[in-house]
Write a new protein. Structure first.
Length: 295
């Protein structure tokens, strides 16, 4: 099984727009998601699917970002045809919308096994990112992602489909924050990802012109434990990458914590500059360093 790719900024690109894909490839995102679901009108889905082979082939070779395709959800009857068309060299993973728990991951993985073999890919090369909160049923299945399927790389959440399912008039309060049902979905996605031992990815910031709001909410997401964020416009990539990057002070502190425990592995707590740190601090320090291995 391949190692999980870096998932800091994940930029959606409509699958029926090679022009936007060419532009997105230079945006600096850690992942690009060619979208066959919401970005493509029903009448254009077959055409978009057929055109993806060339886009995926164009991405083959050395690059510092991973390539994913968001397929149509199981309920549409289009998922298997999507997989057959897009699983080929150059692809790194599948995004599953409207996932409803670990059983859906196992079902998708079984379909990917055959398509992967037919494409000549190494077994387990392709990973899965599940959008885990888009239906009411999904909310009751979040604990079922653990133990994680080996293909599962991350969970993310979404509010738009969920609010439509609930019949909500809006998912935002007067100040622009999430209302209670969607704060709950966000929090439970974070818990579910931690329980499964996979990355939690913050949902998108819909107003791509609101750079200040994007930066502030991205910093808050990193503070809370999210590892990265979805994006819908190339202009969002750099602010997301900046928000999720550890600061120089954080890196220095993390190195000091790891070094202190490595100097005496038998200790459960160590003192650093007059402050006691323990094993949870060590785990956090290692995560910070792992997020920037080049530092």
């Amino acid at each position: 099984m391949s190692a999980p790719p870096r998932l800091t900024s994940l930029l959606f690109v409509p699958a029926d727009s090679p022009r936007k894909f060419d532009r997105a490839r230079g945006a600096g995102a850690s992942a690009l998601i060619l979208d066959l679901e919401d970005s493509v009108a029903p009448a254009r889905k077959a055409e978009a699917r057929d055109g993806l082979a060339a886009q995926i082939a164009a991405a083959e070779g050395a690059r510092d970002w991973s390539l994913w395709v968001r397929v149509n959800p199981f309920g549409t009857g289009l998922t298997e045809a999507d997989l057959a068309a897009v699983i080929r060299p150059g692809l790194d993973g599948i995004v599953l919308p409207k996932a409803e728990g670990g059983a859906d991951i196992a079902r998708l993985a079984a379909l990917m096994d055959g398509a992967e073999a037919a494409a000549g890919l190494d077994p387990g090369h392709l990973r899965i990112l599940a959008i885990a909160t888009e239906t009411p049923a999904a909310m009751f299945a979040l604990g079922s992602y653990a133990p994680a399927h080996p293909r599962l790389a991350a969970l993310t959440w979404g509010a738009e489909d969920l609010s439509a399912e609930l019949g909500a008039t809006t998912n935002r309060d007067a100040e622009g924050g999430w209302t209670d049902p969607y704060r709950l979905a966000r929090s439970l996605c974070l818990y579910a990802a931690a329980h499964a031992g996979v990355a939690a990815i913050e949902t998108l910031h819909a107003d791509y012109r609101d750079a200040a709001g994007l930066a502030a909410t991205s910093r808050a997401a990193r503070r809370d434990g999210f590892a990265g964020r979805l994006a819908i416009h190339p202009a969002q990539v750099a602010p997301i990458e900046d928000a999720f990057a550890p600061t120089g002070d954080e890196l220095a502190e993390a190195r000091a914590i790891v070094a202190a425990f490595e100097a005496d592995p038998g200790l459960g707590t160590v003192g650093i500059e007059g402050r006691m740190v323990d094993i949870p601090h060590l785990r956090r320090a290692r995560r910070i360093l792992a997020s920037r291995p080049e530092e």
